[in-house]
Design a protein around this ligand. Sequence first.
Ligand SMILES: Cc1cc2nc3c(=O)[nH]c(=O)nc-3n(C[C@H](O)[C@H](O)[C@H](O)COP(=O)(O)OP(=O)(O)OC[C@H]3O[C@@H](n4cnc5c(N)ncnc54)[C@H](O)[C@@H]3O)c2cc1C
Length: 480
Amino acid sequence: MADPYDILVIGAGPGGYVTAIRAAQLGFKTAVVDREHLGGICLNWGCIPTKALLRSAEIYHYLQHPKDYGLTIEGKVGFDAAAIVKRSRDVSARLSTGVGFLMKKNKIDVIWGEASIEAPGKVTVRPATRSVQGPPAPAPKGALGPGSYQAKHIIIATGARPRVLPGIEPDGKLIWTYFEAMVPPAVPKSLLIMGSGAIGMEFASFYRTLGAQVTVVELLPQILPAEDAEIAAFARKRFEKQGMTIITGAKVTKVEKAENSITATIDDGKGGTRTIAAERLISAVGVVGNIETLGLEKLGVKTDRGTIVTDGLGRTNVPGIYAIGDVAGPPMLAHKAEHEGERCVDAIKGLHAEPLDKNKIPGCTYCHPQIASVGLTEARAKEQGFDIRVGRFPFVGNGKAIALGEPEGLVKTIFDRKTGRLLGAHMVGAEVTELIQGFVIAMNLETTEEELIHTVFPHPTLSEMMHESVLDAYGRVIHV
Ligand SMILES: Cc1cc2nc3c(=O)[nH]c(=O)nc-3n(C[C@H](O)[C@H](O)[C@H](O)COP(=O)(O)OP(=O)(O)OC[C@H]3O[C@@H](n4cnc5c(N)ncnc54)[C@H](O)[C@@H]3O)c2cc1C
């Protein structure tokens, strides 16, 4: 048996590898185990490869409108699906290799294989039997192999996988999850997407831009259900203008397969049904935590609806066993996973650490137009009894947006009328995923309207709309 570690992290996703680095920084002897990829879903099958695909789609979109910018293009603008996918896979591979370097630099042992916990302090690592792409992935250079390992603290960061609806099981050919949707052999002519959260809408945007007929079916009354209703409605109109069909308040109840297509039966929620045929179906109805093969039941670790219950600093009900990231519950986002992990390790070290305030975790969807938000939606703020002031500023009033050729969008801010506290910020339009962090900092610093009003925003930038939205909430808007 190898020497005991202070901290052993199971899972090398953004939660796990960042946790390991923080642990090493604090002087802990640290190891991280993974069964198939450094960087987890985020770097290999989630955040990063989707952004690479969407970038190709975005450039393709602009190339189709050269005249808007005074440009000409000789000949036909086209795309090569295989080359787009290859670029996305190359981006992922490069970053995954980078995580390997970070592990080495921080003197963190990488152990390759499938981990389970025998008892607090004891982990068994077995050879992995498969990977997303079929055969087990080769171990990175220098990784330790299967065996028994000991650690004072075991941090579970095993992430999540696609939720499967009974009767609509992905088959890899006609019914896809995000894994297949990320590496299409060709762009299907028609596509049905179940679920309109961030994952569903990013794929909808990617495939629509490349010419697929896209239908999105959402169970809830609005698309992007976590977002402010006004912002989601604004985005919906833009998607529909791009030619997407969006059906809300409805559900797919049955899928019949033919040789190269599916036919889905949709319950419209009002007593009616209809059928929609498409070449492929993407099931994007959420994710469930990877909790099954870890031995949690035997250890008595408390779980709730597919995720591990923690105290907000990663501690489970079993001393010495912690959980962070997607496997520890929503919001299932890479930046939440990273911060949760860092706080967990700080707390183990005895440093001051507070549970993450989930209200201050931004959410971004990188479709076209982009959506970004932090804090309370207008509806939530009202539900919580706040007397609110709401500010809005449209992209069409912003010089930079017009210069960019991006006049469609909206920035919305919500303040507590009594204290002037910023309760929430919601945006739709070009580059808003790069803007939202300004409001996240403002909320973290408990900034009030007055400080925001007196903050100087550079001109000409899209960020000026953030300022204008605040001014609007207080009856001082300038450019509309
Ligand atoms: C298509 C898509 C797009 C996304 N886009 C975004 C985005 O833009 N922004 C964002 O913030 N989030 C996004 N996400 C979510 C993001 O990917 C996750 O929130 C994030 O990866 C969670 O990190 P994690 O470390 O908790 O888990 P993961 O990244 O899932 O990593 C878990 C790791 O644990 C390993 N593992 C699991 N079980 C074992 C075991 N028993 N033994 C050994 N290893 C094991 C897995 O191989 C994996 O490497 C997206 C997700 C998807 C699917």
